[in-house]
Design a protein around this ligand. Structure first.
Ligand code: ZN
Length: 156
């Protein structure tokens, strides 16, 4: 797997357009070169008519660098997906859909919200285990009120 860019400027240089993003996804999916997903046939070529899609030379099975991912068949540009994933993964406090919308210049807040929701779902390890033993928390806020305080006092 290619090394991880630790700086925004490095990320922009490496993933500044869809072609670069597709190249990255190709290298992660097929580090030894194209492999047909149907039978592992070793030869294939990029299709001119379908973006980031390859066709097996033996069985004609077509597959995209995004197939099986949350990016597949999305109207969003590949580099926007990668930027969103990078921003979500690198913000220590997480990034809101509103921030994604504003920072990536997305068409609508709804698109940003859906993008963030898909990325959050994809970031969950399906085989995760509940925390156990001694658990340390870096920073947290726990809102509280006394029995007689009205709840609205804490509304923002
Ligand atoms: Zn094949």
């Amino acid at each position: 797997m290619p090394d991880y860019p630790h700086f925004l400027i490095v990320f922009q240089r490496r993933f500044g357009n869809d072609r670069a993003g597709a190249g990255y996804l190709f290298s992660v999916r097929w580090p030894e070169g194209f492999r047909c997903p149907a039978r592992g046939h070793p030869k294939g070529w990029a299709l001119e008519t379908k973006a980031w899609t390859f066709q097996c030379a033996k069985c004609a099975k077509q597959t995209s660098v995004t197939s099986g991912t949350i990016m597949h068949a999305s109207k969003l540009a590949l580099h926007v997906w990668l930027w969103a994933a990078y921003l979500m993964a690198t913000h220590s406090n997480g990034i809101s859909a509103m921030q994604l919308w504003q920072q990536l210049g997305l068409g609508s807040y709804k698109s940003a919200w859906l993008l963030a929701a898909k990325l959050r779902r994809a970031m969950v390890d399906p085989e995760r285990n509940p925390l156990s033993g001694l658990v340390e928390i870096d920073e947290t806020t726990i809102n509280h009120r006394t029995r007689n305080d009205p709840p609205a006092q804490y509304a923002r």
